[in-house]
Design a protein around this ligand. Structure first.
Ligand code: NAD
Ligand code: UDP
Length: 320
């Protein structure tokens, strides 16, 4: 198979490139580097089965020759990034998804959309099953990301129903691992980088809000299975073990001792979801998938990546 991966130079896109290549497929990566970096795919350059196109996918996408799959991962994903880039975020979720679907239709390729747990907003149902329609503030600051992804899901289903494109939608819950940028701004990278630098850990609010953290290898396995399955309706992929943000801070401080870091409270950002945890019954039943890497083990695999970057390049975390 030959697949196009948009957002290939990002955190998840680069891991997906590795996975498809490891399975013997050909990969075309595409990215405009708005939040990604060529370092994430530098190890792939020069391979005969990988090519890369620098392109903003909100513009017409041209790929030469046949294509069997389009995996649309391009989009800022960290709240710090999408609050700084609200209009590019809305455009890549709407116009970019339209272009990527148009390409899939023209090539007769299967399309997979990277959607998000943010479609559930600040949820009133907990844990969140796929059947929950969500509780999103469309005009709040996070609306630029949440509504772009909700539109992207609607567009994907319309291309499936109206044009008969084979589509898949993955709703990804908070994922972490190597290749996140030190300045990405999401909670796991912030806490690790702050602890390594001996700086205070920036806990927003009282730290009682919850998230359920999935290690990147588990996520990629779930996405790979979903892509090859025949499930059209959205599917949650995430780790159902829930932690408060304070518990995450404590865990990171325990694993990176001796730098003198403490916790420092910051104001809670507007519309920050109070709880989040995936109901993965469907992924278990339909894909035979469930996560295998517990938080401690995932952090053990992630910390060395940040340690190298922080020591070599003096890079810091980024807070709201
Ligand atoms: P990331 O910021 O590391 O990667 C996104 C990539 O998309 C970057 O390389 C960026 O340069 C590229 N991009 C953005 N706009 C583009 C455009 N117009 N044209 C071409 N490239 C563009 O983020 P990530 O964590 O790897 O997220 C990847 C996808 O997964 C996103 O669609 C995100 O919404 C989704 N997602 C991620 C998570 C998570 O926990 N990591 C959770 C839910 C959803
Ligand atoms: N958060 C925090 N400190 C940080 C970054 C994030 O306390 O430096 C909190 C944030 O308020 C949210 C949770 O951690 O409740 C997860 O935030 P993240 O930015 O990782 O992603 P989100 O799940 O909000 O999209």
């Amino acid at each position: 198979m030959k697949v196009l991966i948009t957002g290939a130079a990002g955190f998840l896109g680069s891991h997906l490139c590795d996975r498809f290549l490891a399975e013997g497929h050909q990969v075309v990566g595409m990215d405009n580097f708005i939040t990604g970096h060529p370092d994430n795919i530098a190890h792939l350059f020069g391979r005969g089965d990988f090519s890369f196109v620098r392109h903003d996918v909100t513009n017409f996408i041209y790929v030469e020759g046949p294509l069997d799959g389009v995996l649309h991962f391009a989009s800022p994903a960290s709240p710090v990034d999408y609050l700084e880039q609200p209009i590019p975020t809305l455009k890549v979720g709407s116009l970019g998804t339209h272009k990527a679907l148009g390409l899939a239709k023209a090539k007769g390729a299967r399309f997979l959309l990277a959607s998000t747990s943010e479609v559930y907003g600040d949820p009133l149902v907990h844990p969140q099953p796929e059947s929950y329609w969500g509780h999103v503030n469309p005009v709040g600051p996070r609306g630029v990301y949440d509504e772009a992804k909700r539109f992207a899901e609607a567009m994907t289903m319309a291309y499936h129903r109206f044009h008969g494109v084979e589509t898949r939608i993955v709703r990804i819950f908070n994922t972490y691992g190597p290749r996140m940028r030190p300045g990405d701004g999401r909670v796991v990278s912030n806490f690790i980088v702050q602890a390594l630098r001996g700086e205070p850990l920036s806990v927003y609010g009282d730290g009682s809000q919850t998230r359920s953290f999935c290690y990147v290898d588990d996520l990629v396995e779930g996405i790979f299975r979903l892509f090859h399955s025949d499930r059209v309706d959205p599917t949650n992929i995430g780790n159902p073990i829930e932690f408060t943000v304070q518990q995450l801070a404590d865990q990171v401080l325990e694993m990176i001792p001796g730098t003198g870091s403490v916790v420092q409270r910051h104001p809670l950002p507007e519309d920050d979801p109070k709880v989040r945890r995936p109901d993965i019954t469907l992924a278990r039943e339909v894909l035979g998938w469930e996560p295998r890497v517990p938080l401690r083990e995932g952090l053990e695999r992630t910390i060395p990546h940040f340690r190298t970057l922080v020591e070599r390049h003096d890079l810091s975390a980024r807070t709201l």
